[in-house]
Design a protein around this ligand. Structure first.
Ligand SMILES: [Zn+2]
Length: 64
């Protein structure tokens, strides 16, 4: 059984746990859709568009 992962509302990073390691924030949401893995944020147009600056796994859409 897979536990539903949460995404950070600030940086969209998908997180296992309760605090975003990037923002040091607990503003997480289980309501997100689609994800992408960013390896080279500086080379990814989509990452730049979404404001992603660190490699990782990110949600594409964040719910409210
Ligand atoms: Zn974050």
């Amino acid at each position: 059984m897979v536990e539903k992962l949460k995404a950070c509302k600030n940086c969209r990073r998908i997180i296992e746990g309760n605090i975003c390691p990037v923002c040091k924030d607990s503003e997480l949401t289980p309501h997100w859709k689609g994800f992408m893995i960013v390896i080279n944020p500086e080379k990814s147009r989509l990452a730049q568009k979404l404001g992603i600056s660190a490699p990782g796994k990110y949600a594409i859409r964040i719910g409210k």
